[in-house]
Design a protein around this ligand. Sequence first.
Ligand SMILES: Nc1ncnc2c1ncn2[C@@H]1O[C@H](COP(=O)(O)OP(=O)(O)O)[C@@H](O)[C@H]1O
Ligand SMILES: [Mg+2]
Length: 277
Amino acid sequence: MTSEPTDPTGSTHPAEPGTAPDAPAVPSTPSPVLSLEDVSWSVGGAVIVDHVTMDVREGEFVALIGPNGAGKTSLFNLVSGLTKPTGGTIRLSGTDITRHAPHRRARLGMGRTFQTSSVFADLTVGANVGLAVQARDGGSHRFWRRAAPEGGPETRDVLDLVRLSHRVEAPAGELSHGDKRKLELALLLARGPRLILLDEPMAGVSAGEVGELTAVIRDVHREGGRSVLMVEHHMEVLLDMADRLAVLHHGALLAHTDPDSAMSDPRVQAAYLGDAA
Ligand SMILES: Nc1ncnc2c1ncn2[C@@H]1O[C@H](COP(=O)(O)OP(=O)(O)O)[C@@H](O)[C@H]1O
Ligand SMILES: [Mg+2]
């Protein structure tokens, strides 16, 4: 680097016209956190997921819908890494993760709700979340502290967000279905994911708890600019929350657009009518 004579007055030289970099162009659409390009999955000659191209943008809420058997769970399994596609590419924030195992995807910021079996039923809600926080901070390489029944400050923040603070000292096994879902979300959030995958979070939850759980999921999405990809049968829940829908039918994507446009698409209507018949 050539040494520039310093200005004794301390004033800085104005940049030459034309040399200052322009302000970065603001992209018209946020960049994708998750992108699927031509993703397919076949089993025993049957095409279950058929050349699906879609994405989830930064901070976006995308709902994956489609009649029973459309391939929603199969697609989710490909995204989370439980199964590997037979064709196509999956990227997480630009990184090709098509062949990554689930735990590597998790480390890169992808979170799928834990199975209820990963909840320690005898431990308190606070201790369960405390353990998840420790695991994220590298708990496998040091002795785990005994997680306090009421958890630490981060645990309390996460439990506030999912509206479970009042149950912090309750044994996890004593929670209602709706509260168990909230705890599963809390365990997920404790790991700090950028993209959250939810496969039918309302399943098994009583009608009276759906509204509250919906509000929690909405808060989880909005807080921290997290992206969400969610499968759900409760259409009234989705149409209210989703920025875009991705509509699957027989494994193929019929529509990937805003809810109004998707639901007024004749092919989408035909797919639902066909299955209801
Ligand atoms: N491991 C598998 N082997 C064979 N067929 C499968 C497998 N998993 C799913 N399928 C089939 O793929 C189709 C889509 O299933 P699924 O992804 O569970 O749909 P959805 O979640 O939309 O209801 C169904 O016909 C199902 O029987
Ligand atoms: Mg399913």
